[in-house]
Design a protein around this ligand. Structure first.
Ligand code: SAM
Length: 253
C-alpha cells in the first residue's frame, strides 16, 4: 500500500473512532444497534457517524470526479461534527488539488422541529430518547466543528462552512458548480430544501448522495427524494451504497 492509501485509511479510522474498536453494527438487531450507537457516539471521539462503507463511497466519488475532470466543488448538507467534510478535504490534499472547495452547510443548532401532522415518524424521533436525550438533536456549534477539522490539520481556505437553516442559507450561498453533493440531513423538508437549492448546480457526471434515503423507520427522506426526482424527471438510477444510503450520478451531456 502506498503512503496516500495508508494516510486515508488512518484518517477514516480516526474520524470514526474505530482505531481501537468497531463501529455499531446495524445488522446486530435494532436494540443492540441503538445501545452501541449511543455508546459509540455520545462520547465525542468519533466526529462522523457515517459507517465505513459510506466513507469509502464518498472517497470514491471524490476521486472519480477528480479523475474525470468533472467541474465543481464538494458539499455536504448536514455535517454534524464535521468528519465527512474533513475526509473530503483530506482526499483533495492527497491528490494535490488546490482549486476546489469543500463546503459544509448546517444549522450548527441541530435538527429543525418537524411538522408532526405531515411527518409523524420524524416528530417521534425528534422528541425521542436517542435524538433528543442522548444526542441533543445533533446540535454541534460551528466553532466546535471548525476545531474538530483543525485537529486533523485540515482546516484552511479550502473548507468553507455555511451556517443557517437550509431554506435560508443555501439559496444565497456563493456556490457556482458542484461535483459532489452529499445530502445528510435526515428529514423530509431539509432534504427537499437542499435538492431545490443545489441540484441544478451539480455538474453532469457529478454525484448526488442521499445518506438517509432508506431510513424509513424514522424519516420521510425517501418521499422527499422520490417526489423531487419525479417532479424533475430524473431517471438516472438510484444505487444502494449500503442498506440505507443511496446515490445517483448525473448523466454526462
Ligand atoms: C445526521 S447529522 C449529519 C451527520 C454527518 N454528515 C456525519 O458525517 O456524521 C444531520 C445534520 O443535519 C443538520 N440539519 C438537518 N436539517 C437541517 C436544516 N434544515 N438546516 C440546517 N441543518 C440541518 C443537523 O444540524 C445535523 O448536524
Amino acid at each position: 500500500m502506498d503512503a496516500n492509501t495508508l494516510y486515508l485509511e488512518l484518517l477514516k479510522r480516526s474520524l470514526t473512532d474505530t482505531l481501537h474498536g468497531r463501529e455499531p453494527d446495524p445488522e446486530a438487531g435494532m436494540q443492540r444497534y441503538m445501545l452501541d450507537f449511543i455508546r459509540h457516539y455520545v462520547p465525542e471521539r468519533a466526529i462522523t457517524m457515517l459507517p465505513r462503507a459510506r466513507l469509502d463511497h464518498l472517497q470514491a466519488c471524490v476521486e472519480d470526479v477528480l479523475e474525470r475532470g468533472v467541474p465543481g466543488d464538494l458539499l455536504e448538507a448536514g455535517v454534524w461534527r464535521g468528519g465527512a467534510v474533513a475526509l473530503m478535504r483530506g482526499v483533495l490534499a492527497v491528490h494535490g488539488v488546490t482549486d476546489r472547495v469543500v463546503w459544509g452547510a448546517d444549522s450548527f443548532e441541530g435538527l429543525p422541529e418537524p411538522d408532526a401532522a405531515r411527518f409523524p415518524r420524524e416528530a417521534a424521533a425528534h422528541d425521542g430518547p436517542v435524538l433528543r436525550d442522548a444526542l441533543q438533536n445533533l446540535a454541534v456549534g460551528v466553532d466546535k466543528v471548525r476545531a474538530n477539522i483543525a485537529r486533523f490539520g485540515l482546516l484552511d481556505a479550502q473548507v468553507q462552512l455555511l451556517p443557517g437553516w437550509f431554506g435560508e442559507s443555501l439559496p444565497r450561498a456563493p456556490l457556482q458548480r458542484l461535483a459532489v453533493l452529499r445530502v445528510d440531513c435526515d428529514f423530509y423538508q431539509s432534504t427537499r430544501d437542499v435538492l431545490e437549492s443545489l441540484y441544478d448546480k451539480v455538474s453532469p457526471g457529478g454525484h448526488v448522495i442521499i445518506d438517509d434515503y432508506a431510513e424509513d423507520e424514522w424519516t420521510h427522506c425517501r418521499q422527499a427524494v422520490d417526489e423531487f426526482r419525479a417532479e424533475r424527471g430524473i431517471t438516472e438510477p438510484l444505487r444502494a451504497v449500503d442498506g440505507r444510503c443511496y446515490a445517483w450520478q448525473r448523466t454526462e451531456s
